[in-house]
Design a protein around this ligand. Sequence first.
Ligand code: C5P
Length: 227
Amino acid sequence: MELCVALDLPTMEENLALVNTIKSYPVWLKVGLRAYIRDGEPFIKALKEINPECKIFLDLKLYDIPNTMADAAESIMGLGVDMFNVHASAGKIAMQTVMERLKKYEQRPLVLAVTALTSFDEDEFKSVYSEKIAAKADQFAKDSYEAGLDGVVCSAFESASIKLITSNEFLTLTPGIRPFGEDAGDQQRVATVELAQKEHVDFIVVGRPIYKSEDPAAVVEKIIEKL
Ligand code: C5P
């Protein structure tokens, strides 16, 4: 299992300072909407300058018509990131179109699909998708697998069952991790590192428990010791 640190701080300077303090640890760095909209490609370049070995997950959760998503995926190729994601609810055709477009590249980033956002509770999820989270997440995972994606973003509670209906090699990445039972914030379905391990999760994403801590490097070290 690998640790992915969410760079969700209010300024680029704060994100870069955080990366500097944890650069000696083998972690993935997650660049989300806030940071990418504000700081763009220069931010990606700055991360690589701090640590040329670092792996970057661009968490933009693409959702659009198939051709627009494939165009965006091709633009992402130019950034040199190692992983990006799309929404499975954009549909199987959109996901297939993205994967088809990336076929011409010898090397491409991992492509994951978001199943159900971990901030949903059952009621809110049902009002959007008219189904229970678990059933719909399974369906989204199957669609993503059949469309040729590398894995899904899901809750830790869904990881093992998703691997059962797809493949053991189909990757799962789970946000909503509170490594040592910290405050959940707006996340509804939070899990600890132990639960993620039991569920055979491949990547855990941790944001606030690291960047809001007084000693982020110590928290990273404590998590890595457990992996
Ligand atoms: O601070 P926290 O650990 O809750 O951060 C979780 C990170 O994972 C945030 O950057 C959030 O945008 C992202 N994320 C999520 N749920 C998803 C996909 C991504 O919380 N389904």
